[in-house]
Write a new protein. Structure first.
Length: 132
């Protein structure tokens, strides 16, 4: 619920919410990035949110898919790193890299589905014209 509220009202707080809510689920660090141009999945991505074991939160930056798994927030991760491709229906939206204590397929699928919603809302926010 907190993540949904942050996503809609205060997207800049998603890193903080993720850092508080995901570790009890076995996710010790994560980074989430969306494609800047969904038709170019090999192109640049925008880091939207994430957190590391040290409590550090992600800052918005441009990154490539190749550099996402070696992002500094994941440096101190001591567990398995899993790359989750994020898509909504057949449209690629981005990717997440999570450091997990144990691999729970159901949890990762649920997380990926939720992240697809987050990235879709983020993309809509960029396309929606501002009110005059």
């Amino acid at each position: 619920r907190r993540a949904r509220a942050a996503m809609l009202a205060h997207p800049e707080t998603l890193s903080q919410v993720a850092a508080e809510e995901l570790p009890p689920l076995g996710i010790e660090a994560c980074v989430v990035a969306g494609f800047t141009r969904p038709d170019e999945t090999g192109g640049p991505m925008r880091l939207l949110f994430g957190f590391g074991r040290s409590g550090t939160h992600a800052r918005s930056e441009t990154i490539t898919m190749r550099k996402l798994p070696v992002h500094p927030l994941l440096e101190r991760a001591s567990r398995a790193l899993i790359v989750l491709p994020i898509a909504l229906e057949a449209k690629p939206l981005g990717a997440a890299v999570v450091s997990v204590v144990h691999i729970d397929g159901t949890l990762l699928e649920d997380l990926r589905d939720f992240l697809a919603t987050v990235l879709a809302v983020s993309a809509l926010g960029k396309r929606t014209p501002s009110a005059p």
